[in-house]
Ligand binder design. Structure first.
Ligand code: AMP
Ligand code: GLY
Length: 453
């Protein structure tokens, strides 16, 4: 332990991830004063909220100084890439999150790919392009399916997994010619498509020391059965049983440790969360992307499972004192179902009133993401992902039942949520358990695998 724990902590951001972070920090026996900027309608009930936008570096720094904040925890990627941590550290305010140089691993997919390739960390081969013609030539050589990625930040929407060359060509033209993501798509990656199970590994890093948090899986696509466009994430669950202890050891050996060593070798003093998106391919685990913050909605299932004092963990990471930190994890399974506004990730209505249940089932939380109070004090929707309903239970199936009961009862005109969060794992474990009972014909087998929640 590094002296005493901070008596106040300012969380930057206003989404479901920040709501989950605030609840995790509030569980600390140190009982810190918790502040948040800008927060949302749910966070207001649990922290002192200040109406400062998460990308207003000067105002956030002034707020941290004015409120004599002893620790700042930065949630989203934008303030990280704009140098909020650099600004706070200049004022000697301990801050959890990487400086702009570390945040560049997320803010530039080209930079991340260059690091991955330079240090021989498993990742898909890719070409880097600024012009349409060479990108189209490369596409034709590699064939479909193929993945087109905008270099810069695009709120989880800058990746197109193209099933056909026509789709791939349209994505290249959208990004390079029509500048769909502005400066973020001035450069693109054209990357081989990896097939397999995807998993999210969140790692609390302090220079070369690190603690791997419980493994989770996210549902990125908007529609049931993993259909439709990619989103920021529509639901998560943890643990991810597909990542066995042996596989996690392999991921640590081949990906986590080499990544953290590579970042240090590049001269980056990284103290924050490294979130590694990994595809479990038949040839082994392969890196899809680095993010430099907690995942959203990964945080909403990972943090509730952590028994250790999160304030102590983040404080230790901030001070370069992570070595030897023993993480205690709750054995229950957690699931988070994201309630979105119908139309997301495209156009969707805003300002719809939400009515909540008067009581929640045990071990269930509603994390607010895109909510605010309107002039008459009602809670209304303000963005695409509105709420995250998290439930913990001894089995994933029980947790899913609890979370879905709550989702059904929340009332909101534009409510949309996926009906199959966790189904991949539920069907897999159910299949294993029921293997002998249902495997007498191929029809029965596929019926088992496709069993709904
Ligand atoms: P990224 O922001 O790079 O993680 O991409 C967003 C999502 O696109 C990932 O979570 C994957 O579902 C998908 N994706 C990215 N890269 C690939 C790839 N090389 N092969 C298949 N899917 C990918
Ligand atoms: N859920 C994926 C992300 O936070 O980027």
């Amino acid at each position: 332990m590094i002296g005493s724990l901070p008596k106040s902590v300012l969380v930057i951001g206003g989404g479901g991830r920040e709501h989950a972070l605030i609840q995790a920090l509030a569980r600390s026996p140190a009982k810190p004063r918790i502040l948040c900027a800008p927060g949302n309608a749910g966070i207001t009930a649990e922290a002192e909220c200040f109406p400062v936008a998460a990308d207003n570096i000067a105002e956030l720094t002034a707020l941290a100084i004015r409120e004599k904040t002893e620790l700042v925890v930065v949630g989203p990627e934008v303030p990280l890439s704009l140098g909020l941590v650099d600004a706070l550290l200049k004022e000697n305010i301990p801050t959890y999150g990487p400086k702009a140089d570390g945040a560049h691993l997320e803010a530039s997919k080209v930079f991340a790919k260059q690091i991955l390739l330079k240090y021989n960390i498993p990742t898909a081969p890719a070409g880097i392009f600024q012009e349409v013609a060479p990108a189209l030539d490369y596409l034709k050589k590699r064939g479909a399916p193929i993945v087109i990625k905008a270099d810069g930040l695009a709120a989880g929407k800058g990746v197109v997994v193209a099933q056909t060359l026509a789709e791939a060509e349209a994505a290249v033209r959208d990004m390079l010619e029509a500048k769909k993501f502005g400066a973020s798509s001035a450069e693109i990656l054209v990357e081989d498509c990896l097939i397999g199970n995807e998993t999210s590994i969140l790692v609390v890093v302090s220079r070369r020391d690190y603690v791997i948090l419980p493994v989770s899986q996210d549902h990125k696509r908007i529609g049931d059965g993993d259909t439709g466009p990619n989103t920021g994430g529509m639901g998560t669950y943890s643990p991810a049983e597909v990542v066995t202890p042996e596989l996690l050891a392999q991921i640590d050996r081949e990906i986590v440790k080499p990544s953290i060593d590579a970042i240090a070798a590049e001269g980056i003093d990284f103290r924050g969360t490294l979130f590694i998106g990994i595809m479990l391919t038949p040839a082994g685990p392969s890196v899809l992307e680095y993010n430099t913050r907690f995942g959203d909605p990964e945080a909403q299932v990972v943090l509730p499972r952590i028994v250790s004092d999160m304030l102590a963990l983040l404080w230790a990471a901030t001070h370069g004192k992570l070595r030897g930190f023993e993480l205690q994890v709750h054995p229950d399974a957690a699931i988070c179902v994201v309630v979105a506004a119908k139309g997301y990730p495209g156009k969707y209505p805003k300002g719809d009133p939400i009515s909540f249940l008067s009581t929640l089932p045990p071990n269930t939380s509603i994390f607010h993401a895109g909510t605010a109070h309107n002039a008459t004090g009602e809670v209304v929707t303000t963005s695409g992902r509105v709420l995250g309903v998290t439930a913990l239970a001894p089995t994933l199936r029980e947790a899913a039942t609890r979370a879905y009961t709550v989702c059904e009862k929340i009332e909101c005109a534009s409510k949309y949520f996926r009906r199959d969060v966790g189904a991949r794992q539920l069907n897999r474990s159910w299949f294993v358990v029921s293997y002998s009972a249902c495997f007498s014909s191929p029809q029965q087998r596929s019926a088992c695998v496709a069993a709904p929640l």
